[in-house]
Structure formats: structure tokens, C-alpha cells
Design a protein around this ligand. Structure first.
Ligand SMILES: NC(=O)c1ccc[n+]([C@@H]2O[C@H](COP(=O)([O-])OP(=O)(O)OC[C@H]3O[C@@H](n4cnc5c(N)ncnc54)[C@H](O)[C@@H]3O)[C@@H](O)[C@H]2O)c1
Length: 341
């Protein structure tokens, strides 16, 4: 019997000891390590962090034989099959490009891609030149309530998709997940235009990036589906996601993060479905990336899908800056987030 290939994984950016340490230290690296532990064909072999103690504390919890303070050295010496990049957004570009240039077969970087549109495009070009797999962690594509909502659309229970409503804290750090979910629910249909207005007052700073205080964004997709997203303080409207089909409606966030509720013809009330034993989305994402590597299929979190969400992030900011509706694809060479702390 053929032996199962074991993929050697490494993590860049181990997070502060103790894991969760507030808004600017989620320690998302722990979720990557936990994902690797669940997969019999992945072994965590190396860690890189500029703060040696962070890597040492992480190794106590998760293993990972070799520790480096320079990630370039780690990539060159260990030659891992998979690299998780768990650092702040401005560091994703040099790290993703270093992995691609070194021929790392699979790179899974945290979101958001980068604080500028130009950096996101440079990463895409580097991945394409190298021919390696580069993914960004929009892991909700594997999280049960979101998967179930798309299933309700695909099964026709809600009728054809008509409109999507989203609410969250900001367009960049959280917004990237919701822009990605718009594509997920809408069967990857490209967007054709975006219009956004934003107010800088009281904007939050996460991971070294200061964002808008509040914003309203509307996106039109090629199949006529429209999405609206409200961001920032005072924009709550009862659910984080509300999707309208021709026949029915479904919501995520109205009944907690691990559930969704939906209403379709023939029902006298909402049906609420709760996923208490749901599979780990991070482990599913890594397994899917490996499957893509082995079969040539495009991974669900591929850079080609992430760049579409990122185009909407920067399209929204550029529309707000210019006070214009923008036709897509985004033609601006670069867009940066212009808010100040
Ligand atoms: N996918 C999700 O749902 C999700 C959730 C939370 C955070 N995130 C994302 O994860 C990323 C990381 O956030 P975090 O809160 O886990 O970070 P963190 O601050 O907890 O950890 C970052 C680590 O990177 C290390 N580091 C910094 N510069 C380095 C370098 N040059 N080389 C090696 N290591 C270096 C730091 O020492 C630190 O240990 C962010 O982009 C954030 O948006 C994603």
C-alpha cells in the first residue's frame, strides 16, 4: 500500500504567549496549529517569530521542533511544504513573496491581504510567477452556518438570490470576510460596480491600520444581485448577514455565531439551525488546500478568490475618497486606506 505523504508545516508569527491578548493580538497562529494537529498528513516542524520568547511559548503548547527569528532562514533551511503566515497585514506581502520565490508549495496567509491594493496585486503576480499555491484565510467558506446558507440557496429553498445585506465593524479587517462571503453566496459572480460613503470619525485601529468610523457600501454583481454593507458604530440592524432570495430570507448573526435562521414559503415562523458540533473551519481549509495541491483543483481560499474580496475593500475606499461610483475591475493602480489614528 502506498504511504500517505506527510506535509511539513511551518508558522511565521506565533503570537504573544497566552494566545488571546486583545484586539491587536488575537494569536490566530494557535488556530493554525490546532488545524495542523487535526490532520494526520500534516506535521508542524518549524516556527519563526522576531520575538524568540513568543516562539518558545508557542512550542510549549503546540510543538514545532525548530525555532528561527528570521523567517528567510527558516524557509531556506527547513524547506517546508506549507507555511502559515500569521502576522499583521503590512507583513503579509514580503512574507508571501518570500515563500513564493523560495518555491514553498503551499502558503496560507492570514487576511486581510494587505493595507494597499498594489501590494495585493504584487502578491498575486508573485504567486502566478512561481506557480505555487497561495491562499488567504477567509475561513468562513468552511464554517457551517455559511455553508448551510449557500446550500439553502443552491437547493432553491429561498428561490434565486436577489439581495444581500451585511453589517460589521469596518470595511478592511472584518469587511474582507463579508466581501468574500458576497462572492461565496453569489456563486463567484464578479462585481461590476461599487459605491461607498464613509465617515472617519472614531475609526478603529487594528493590526496597525486605522479604518473608517462608519460607512455605507453598495455593490452590484454581474447577475443583477445587489449587496449593501453597513460598517462601524451605530449600524447594527439585527443580523450580520441577511440574504434575500426570490422566495425567502436567511440570517446569520441574529441568533448567535454558530447558527442561522431562515424563512421560506410554507413556514409559519423562522427555522433556526444551530451547529454545536461543527467541523473546524481552519482544518477544513488546510485539507482543501492540500487537496488542491494533490489534484490541481483550485483551493477554496485561493489568492484568485481573495483578490476579488480585496478589490471590493479598496474599491469601496476609493469610491469614498473620490465621491464616485466605480466601475469594476478596479483600474486605480494603487489605493491605500487614508484614515489617520
Ligand atoms: N481569520 C480570522 O478570522 C482572523 C482572526 C483574527 C486575526 N486574524 C488576522 O491574523 C493576523 C495576525 O493577527 P494576530 O492578532 O494573530 O497577531 P499577533 O499580534 O497575536 O501575533 C503576531 C506575531 O507576529 C510576530 N512578528 C512580527 N513581525 C514578525 C517578523 N518580521 N517575523 C516573524 N514574526 C513576526 C510577532 O512577534 C507576533 O508574535 C492579522 O492579519 C489579523 O487580521 C484573522
Amino acid at each position: 500500500m502506498a504511504e500517505t505523504k506527510v506535509y511539513r508545516a511551518a508558522i511565521i508569527g506565533c503570537g504573544r504567549p497566552g494566545g488571546k491578548a486583545g484586539a491587536t493580538g488575537a494569536g490566530i497562529s494557535h488556530a493554525h496549529a490546532n488545524a495542523y494537529k487535526q490532520l494526520p498528513n500534516v506535521e508542524l516542524v518549524a516556527l519563526a517569530d522576531i520575538v524568540q520568547e513568543n516562539a518558545e511559548a508557542f512550542r510549549e503548547m503546540h510543538g514545532g521542533d525548530a525555532i528561527f527569528t528570521d523567517y528567510h532562514e527558516m524557509i531556506a533551511e527547513v524547506r517546508p511544504d506549507i507555511v502559515s503566515i500569521c502576522t499583521w497585514p503590512a507583513l503579509h506581502e514580503p512574507m508571501v513573496i518570500a515563500c513564493a520565490a523560495a518555491g514553498v508549495p503551499m502558503t496560507l496567509s492570514e487576511k486581510p491581504m494587505s493595507p494597499t491594493w498594489a501590494a495585493a496585486k504584487r502578491m498575486q503576480a508573485a504567486a502566478e510567477d512561481a506557480g505555487t499555491i497561495v491562499c488567504f484565510n477567509h475561513q468562513r467558506r468552511f464554517d457551517a452556518p455559511y455553508v448551510r446558507l449557500r446550500e439553502l440557496l443552491r437547493d432553491g429553498r429561498l428561490g434565486a438570490l436577489k439581495r444581500m445585506e451585511f453589517q460589521t465593524d469596518n470595511l478592511f479587517d472584518w469587511g474582507t470576510h463579508w466581501f468574500d462571503m458576497m462572492h461565496f453566496f453569489n456563486e463567484e459572480t464578479p462585481a461590476t460596480s461599487i459605491l461607498c460613503g464613509s465617515d472617519p470619525t472614531g475609526g478603529p485601529s487594528y493590526f496597525g491600520v486605522t479604518m473608517e468610523g462608519a460607512g455605507v457600501t453598495t455593490v452590484l454583481f454581474g447577475n443583477g444581485v445587489r449587496a449593501v454593507m453597513l460598517t462601524g458604530n451605530g449600524t447594527e440592524w439585527g443580523a450580520q448577514i441577511r440574504v434575500w432570495g426570490e422566495l425567502g430570507v436567511a440570517e446569520i448573526g441574529a441568533t448567535g455565531w454558530d447558527s442561522l435562521r431562515w424563512w421560506a414559503p410554507g413556514q409559519s415562523d423562522w427555522v433556526t439551525e444551530t451547529f454545536t458540533e461543527k467541523p473546524d473551519a481552519f482544518a477544513a481549509a488546510v485539507a482543501n488546500m492540500i487537496e488542491g495541491f494533490e489534484t490541481g483543483a483550485e483551493p477554496e481560499l485561493s489568492i484568485h478568490k481573495s483578490i476579488r474580496a480585496t478589490e471590493l475593500v479598496f474599491g469601496a475606499y476609493e469610491s469614498a475618497r473620490t465621491s464616485r461610483k466605480l466601475e469594476l475591475p478596479l483600474t486605480a493602480e494603487d489605493v491605500a486606506i487614508r484614515f489617520e489614528a
